[in-house]
Design a protein around this ligand. Sequence first.
Ligand code: NAP
Length: 385
Amino acid sequence: MQATASAHCLHLLSSFTPAAFTAGGSACRRRNAAAPATVRMALREDGPALAVVGVTGAVGQEFLRVLSDRDFPYRNLRLLASRRSAGRRIEFEGREYVVEELREESFAGVDVALFSAGGSVSREMGPAAVERGVVVVDNSSAFRMDPGVPLVIPEVNPDAMTHIRLAGRAKGALIANPNCSTIICLMAATPLHRHAKVVRMVVSTYQAASGAGAAAMEELEEQTREVLDGKQPTCKIFKQQYAFNLFSHNAPVLSNGYNEEEMKLVKETRKIWNDKDVKVTATCIRVPVMRAHAESVNLQFEKPLDEETARQILKGAAGVVVIDDRASNHFPTPLEVSNKDHVAIGRIRPDLSQEGNLGLDIFVCGDQIRKGAALNAVQIAEMLL
Ligand SMILES: NC(=O)c1ccc[n+]([C@@H]2O[C@H](COP(=O)([O-])OP(=O)(O)OC[C@H]3O[C@@H](n4cnc5c(N)ncnc54)[C@H](OP(=O)(O)O)[C@@H]3O)[C@@H](O)[C@H]2O)c1
C-alpha cells in the first residue's frame, strides 16, 4: 500500500506547529487540511488498543499520518509524550485526543505501542510495557542489538518476527525498528544481495535535519534565515553552523574512529541479513537538507551481477522505485522522496574498479521519518494483526 496524498485528518490543536516541521510541500498541505466530519473506519472494535509514545515528536507525528494513510485498525488510541506536552490536544481521524504524560500505568489495556521518544525512555518504559502484555515496536537504538529482539524491515526479513503475533499471545514482546540509514540502504541492497550475495558494502550518507528530530529541523530553518539576514546563526542542537554547511554526523565518535551512526549500519546490516561475515564500512554526514536521507552505496558481490540485471531486479522489488535517467541526468533527490513511502534508487552502474561484474555503485534516497521510522514501524504492527 502506498501513502495517499488525500486530505488528512491529523491536526494539532496545541501550539506545537514549528514551521520547519511542515517543510516539504505535501506534509504542509496535509497538516492544514480540514479534519473530516466523519470518524474514519480505522477505529474498529476488532482492532488492537494502540498507544503512540513520543507523539509530539517528528516521528510521533508521522506515526499518526501513516496510521491514517494506511487505515490501520485500532480499537482505541492513547497519545503519550513527556510531562511538557501533557494536556495538549490533538485532533486525529475526526476525534480529539488529549496528550498524556507517559507513565508505566499508561500501558494498562494497551495491545500495541509504537515508541519514538528516545533510547532512555525506551529502556525505562519498553520493558514496563512488555510486562503489561504490550507488543512494543521501538524506534530507538535501545534494543536493536539485543539477540532476543527481532530487528525488522518487513520487505527484507519478515521471518524474524513470525513468532510474535497479537492473536492468542500470552505476553508482551519487543520488536526493534532499525536505524533509518540502515533501512534505506538495505531496502536497495537486499534485492541485489539475494541475487548475487553482497560480500562488502561501502556506504556514504548525506543525512537530513529531520533525522535529528523536530528541533533540528527548526534549527536549520532558523539558521538559514539568520545567515541570509547577515546574522550570526544560533546553534542549539548542533555545535556548529548547519545552514550552508555540512559536517560529520553528530553521533558520538567511538574509540575505533567511527561514530555511532556508522557502526549502526555495520552491526544492524549483519543482524538483519543474518550474516556475521558481511563487510560493511560507512561514513555518515549531516547535510543541510530538511527531510529525507541520501546514500551512496558501493556493493561488492560474490557472484557476478551486471548492471541491467540489477536494474530489472530493483524494478521488481517491493517498496523501491528506480529513477535512473542518464539522458536527462535525473536521479533520486531527497525532495522527490519526501513524504513518500518508497525508497528511490538511481546511478546504477558497474564499479569500474572491480573486474567481472562483481561490483555496483548505486545512489539511494528515502524519507527517513517515513520508511526510515514511522512507516516501517506501522508495517511491523500490521504484521502482528
Ligand atoms: N527522526 C528520525 O528520522 C528518526 C528515525 C528513526 C528513529 N528515530 C528515533 O525516534 C526517536 C524520536 O525521534 P524524533 O526525531 O521524533 O525526536 P523528537 O522530534 O525530538 O521527539 C521526541 C519525542 O519524545 C518525547 N519525549 C521526550 N522525553 C520524553 C519522556 N521522558 N517521556 C515521554 N516522552 C518523551 C517528546 O515529547 P515532548 O514533546 O513532550 O518533549 C517527543 O514527543 C529517537 O529515539 C530517534 O532516535 C528517529
